[in-house]
Design a protein around this ligand. Structure first.
Ligand SMILES: [Ca+2]
Ligand SMILES: [Ca+2]
Ligand SMILES: [Ca+2]
Length: 329
């Protein structure tokens, strides 16, 4: 119903009050404000005295449906460059729907970023299905092309993993960036671009200030470990001297240093007894601790032909010293 009363009547003395404002909205604190699809109703009212007491009139109701803004942000969740040698590595990102309606986002990667020392191979994009922030093979869902997030509610986010393979041949300290882009599946474009009827409840979807797409960069640094072996010998003869005569003892020391980045795995050090010498049983040590000659009971063993010490995984910056004695025949 419309306001039917001429202006002179409501301007008479006794006119009480202007318009009131009624908004029937639920307004959670969304980044983009009121949720898309919300109906905003507005009715004006007036009261007046036309000579026969106070009367009230209402305007017609104006109803406006809130359109959907399409916006997204994307961030790397890695604390810094991921240190890795050749092989598999995982980069972690977070996609946040900063629009005011539910939206899924298509994900694309670019491993060939300008300035890269090496480029990785993109194996897969996965989402953090169990929500623990860590990629769990066989648990977290690998996306199939076109890789797209589940529908993300307004202001909610999804953790995304980019699974890559670092090529062989990288040098310690080499770096590589990988870009991930998220685009609203409804559409992207210049802010203000309208996708008619594609918003919540049949309203329009409108590209927000982000362009409805976002790109973030994850970084890798090659940590390539290496091992150096330094061997030395001390001779002690049976006369209290240091002459290398038959019957003198040679104590060999082998120092294994792990350098570069990361760690080495399955590090094993072997040394064959030199011709013309005989191993002195029970003299094998690792970092001054005794090892038995038997195999399988500790890290070391001495066979008839030489010694072997298995050091396993050793971090860079670490060294281990192995010693054993032989007697000159
Ligand atoms: Ca949507
Ligand atoms: Ca997980
Ligand atoms: Ca042993």
């Amino acid at each position: 119903m419309k306001i039917q009363h001429p202006i002179y009547r409501i301007a008479k003395p006794g006119f009480v009050a202007g318009s009131l404002f009624a908004m029937a909205i639920a307004a959670p604190a969304n980044a983009e404000g009121v949720p898309a699809g919300t109906l905003i109703d507005n009715v004006a009212s007036a009261s007046f005295d036309g000579g026969s007491g106070t009367e009230t009139v209402d305007s017609n109701t104006v109803e406006i449906r809130v359109d959907e803004l399409l916006d997204v942000t994307l961030t790397s969740l890695d604390p810094g460059p991921i240190a890795t040698g050749p092989g598999s590595a995982v980069l972690t990102f977070e996609v946040t729907n900063t629009g005011n309606g539910p939206e899924a986002f298509t994900l694309t990667t670019n491993p060939a970023v300008t300035g890269n020392d090496f480029d990785v191979t993109i194996d897969n994009i996965a989402i953090d299905t169990n929500g623990n922030g860590t990629y769990d093979p066989g648990v977290d869902t690998i996306l199939t092309a076109p890789e797209t997030t589940p529908v993300i509610a307004a202001d909610a986010n999804e953790t995304v993993f980019v699974l890559v393979t670092v090529p062989t041949g990288v040098t310690d300290g080499d770096t590589s960036d990988v870009e991930l882009t998220a685009e609203a599946t409804t559409g992207t474009g210049a802010p203000g671009t309208i996708f008619a009827g594609q918003g919540v409840g049949g309203g329009d979807a409108i590209v927000g200030t982000t362009g409805a797409d976002a790109t973030a960069t994850g970084s890798l640094v090659a940590g390539v470990a290496d091992v150096t072996l330094v061997k030395s010998a001390i001779v002690t003869d049976q006369f209290g001297g240091t002459s290398a005569v038959p019957g003198a003892t040679i104590t060999y020391s082998i120092v294994a240093n792990v350098t570069g980045g990361g760690s080495v795995s399955t590090l094993s050090v072997s040394d064959a007894f030199p011709t013309g010498t005989t191993y002195t049983a029970g003299t094998l040590t690792l970092d001054t601790g005794a090892l038995t000659d038997a195999s399988g009971d500790d890290a070391g063993e001495a066979s008839a032909t030489g010694i072997t010490v298995d050091l396993g995984t050793v971090n860079t910056g670490t060294s281990h010293t192995i010693t054993f004695d032989v007697v000159i025949d």
